[in-house]
Design a protein around this ligand. Structure first.
Ligand SMILES: NC(=O)c1ccc[n+]([C@@H]2O[C@H](COP(=O)([O-])OP(=O)(O)OC[C@H]3O[C@@H](n4cnc5c(N)ncnc54)[C@H](OP(=O)(O)O)[C@@H]3O)[C@@H](O)[C@H]2O)c1
Length: 226
């Protein structure tokens, strides 16, 4: 079993998502508001998004005590009811706290990470799960989130590369996009879905579920992913 996955993003009218390029645009506040209307108890982001917006900017200094830690999933909090999930397979991010805005942090790793990095997460009381030996199996990751953390609805909140991986794996149930009244036009700014592998990707067909005009000229579109 897997959680119901809603990819929730805000984009320019040309589908770009680097909000930092836009300066002050009215209507950005609608992102949190519409996101919380889904009543999901978890959200997930890629390593780059977590690095830019949530992890510590300080360099990671790992201390090894020479002890090998098992490459098994680790649940650091039995009380947590809401979760922030970071896809950081190689264990690059430096975390200072076990939660983001009250949501317990869970890191998705591969089995190549060092015991010293696992020790870093354990010291901070951060949970972690393994999603594969080298590459991540996102279906397995979702099954573990369902089983181990009781996550039934998950907001997939970017960036474009993580969204693209979920889309290609056929794991997105719904797409929720806020179109802000801005045309970006910057080459290389990630769009809502990106492919890292550069192969030809089959298109995904969508079915429009709902259209709503919000304040400040924001358009909220919801699609079912077929
Ligand atoms: N407009 C919005 O609503 C919105 C929402 C979120 C983010 N953003 C913006 O988007 C930008 C980042 O987007 P992005 O597309 O460049 O990066 P991203 O998706 O946040 O992160 C990409 C990284 O996540 C890891 N990753 C993704 N898919 C993976 C998979 N299948 N298996 C293993 N690891 C995987 C990889 O990390 P490694 O390189 O470590 O392997 C990859 O390089 C940020 O500037 C952020 O502010 C905008």
């Amino acid at each position: 079993m897997k959680p119901y996955v809603i990819c929730h993003m805000m984009s320019s009218v040309d589908g770009r998502t680097l909000t930092g390029n836009w300066g002050r645009v009215k209507g950005m506040g609608a992102y949190e508001e519409t996101g919380s209307s889904f009543k999901a108890n978890a959200w997930i982001c890629g390593r780059t998004t977590m690095e830019r917006d949530f992890a510590s900017g300080k360099p990671l200094k790992l201390r090894s005590n020479g002890k090998a830690l098992p490459k098994t999933d680790h649940l650091a909090s039995l009380d947590a009811r809401s979760f922030a999930i970071a896809v950081d397979k190689d264990g690059k991010l430096n975390w200072e706290k076990a939660s983001i805005g009250g949501d317990h942090l869970v890191v998705v790793l591969n089995e190549g990470v060092s015991s010293a990095y696992l020790g870093h997460l354990r010291d901070k009381k951060i949970s972690y799960i393994f999603g594969g030996k080298r590459e991540l199996d996102l279906k397995l990751v979702l099954e573990k989130l369902w089983e181990g953390f009781f996550i039934r609805k998950l907001l997939l909140e970017g960036g474009g590369h993580l969204n693209g991986s979920f889309l290609k794996a056929g794991l997105i149930d719904e797409l929720s996009v806020l179109h802000l009244p801005v045309a970006d036009c910057n080459m290389g700014a990630p769009s809502i879905f990106e492919d890292s592998e550069g192969n030809k990707v089959p298109v995904s067909k969508l079915e429009l579920l709902k259209v709503k005009k919000l304040e400040n000229d924001v358009l909220w579109l919801r699609y079912k992913v077929r």
